[in-house]
Design a protein around this ligand. Structure first.
Ligand code: ADP
Ligand code: MG
Length: 250
């Protein structure tokens, strides 16, 4: 594979005028309605909003797992929306990490084998040290040989984070990464994400319903009906974020 992709402003993600519509039946559903947003390199952004507000669609489009109907997306200096299918896939594998609520680890593979998977899919043989470094990064260096079933939910999600980081992506997207975890595990995963930003300058964008997770972010975006309707900067307390959430729960 000879395709090389360079990113000058690693970690910066810019979405401009993003529209995404679905037509599951007779009627068109507008999941994203002219969304323009920028995620600065080395920052931690939380995305909140009621169910169906377009959070997952936004993440999928930004990560290149889905294509918008209108608008452009830039990751670093690469406009991903104008890449052909094949180049987009290679770009996504190498430059974008994605963590899902359901961990999505392969049950028959050990932690280290799961972490190695994205590199193998990219046709590369991962160095043992790289795998160890990725597991160390999430505090699981001593769990390399464990199967997912031998790990707690929080540990499994941290393996999923290590797997998402193995190719050193410009940006890490997480869609409700703590949604299936108890409070304690959830806080550990949160600390992990925050550390990645603070220590490694990783750009992290996460969807969450947890005001405590959002309060740890540098910026909180609120979506409603496919639009960004509000935004808090760093320092917003969990209480204030929780109060903003009740406006749509009411
Ligand atoms: P959220 O993650 O905030 O709950 P989503 O982005 O999943 O919201 O969905 C936004 C809207 O788009 C919803 O109305 C949802 O039903 C619709 N939608 C999302 N994905 C699809 C799809 N693949 N097919 C049809 N409708 C979809
Ligand atoms: Mg969702």
């Amino acid at each position: 594979m000879t395709t090389t992709i360079r990113t000058a402003v690693r970690g910066q993600v810019v979405l401009q005028g993003i529209c995404r519509r679905f037509t599951p039946g007779e009627h068109v559903v507008t999941a994203l309605d002219d969304v323009s947003v920028e995620f600065a390199a080395g920052t931690f952004t939380a995305i909140m909003g009621p169910s169906g507000s377009g959070k997952s669609t936004l993440m999928h489009c930004a990560a290149g797992l889905d294509r918008p109907d209108e608008g452009t997306i830039r990751v670093g200096d690469v406009e991903t929306t104008s890449l052909d299918e094949r180049t987009a896939t290679i770009f996504r594998r190498r430059q974008v990490g994605f963590v899902f609520q359901a961990f999505n680890l392969v049950p028959s593979l050990t932690a280290e084998q799961n972490v190695a998977l994205p590199m193998r899919l990219d046709g590369r043989k991962p160095e043992a040290e790289e795998i160890t470094a990725a597991l160390d990064l999430v505090g699981l260096g001593d769990r390399a040989a464990h199967l997912p079933s031998e790990l707690s939910g929080g540990q499994q999600q941290r393996v999923a984070i290590a797997r998402a980081l193995i190719c050193r992506p410009s940006v890490l997207f997480a869609d409700e990464p703590t949604g299936a975890l108890d409070i304690t595990s959830s806080r550990t995963v949160l600390r992990q994400l925050r550390d990645l930003v603070d220590r490694n300058g990783q750009t992290v964008v996460t969807v969450t319903h947890d005001p405590v997770v959002a309060a740890a972010a540098d910026r909180v975006l609120f979506l409603a009906d496919g639009r960004v309707v509000d935004e808090f900067g760093a320092g917003a307390t969990a209480q204030r974020i929780g109060a903003r959430m009740t406006e749509w729960e009411a």
